[in-house]
Design a binder for this molecule. Structure first.
Ligand code: CO
Length: 134
């Protein structure tokens, strides 16, 4: 069921500063900022060849990463995203095995225009897991 690592997401308190550090200090290729109001985040993607890094900054009230940044003020790893071929089949299999799907259990459109789901970190050893239909 589980496919490639699509991205690792890092929550950061200052997206412009984090983008500059990756671009200028680490010499990485970075995208322009992309506001995703329906997800409560602004994102920048960094292409590292075999996968991507997703930098996340809170956007608007009630952002899902605000509480994370309160606990981790300098930022930190927020989630890992794996690809699946069929997100509804993956969801049904996970639910049948007792894993908790966040939200209403229906896929939403993620940053790449593809359907995504998030799985409860307590079911996966403390790491929030995103699944994206490839
Ligand atoms: Co993500």
């Amino acid at each position: 069921m589980l496919g490639r690592l699509n991205h690792v997401a890092l929550a950061v308190p200052d997206l412009a500063a984090a983008t500059a550090a990756y671009r200028d200090t680490l010499g990485a290729r970075v995208t322009a900022q992309q506001a995703l109001p329906e997800h409560g985040v602004t994102v920048v993607f960094i292409d590292v060849g075999n996968t991507r890094i997703e930098l996340l900054e809170p956007l608007g009230e009630g952002s899902p990463i605000t509480a994370f940044l309160e606990k981790n003020p300098s930022g930190g790893m927020h989630h890992v995203c794996y690809e699946v071929d069929d997100i509804l089949a993956a969801r049904d299999r996970l639910k049948a095995s007792g894993a908790r799907v966040l939200g209403d259990g229906n896929p939403r459109t993620g940053a790449h225009g593809k359907p995504v789901l998030f799985l409860h970190p307590k079911d996966f050893f403390g790491t929030l897991v995103e699944l994206e239909q490839a």
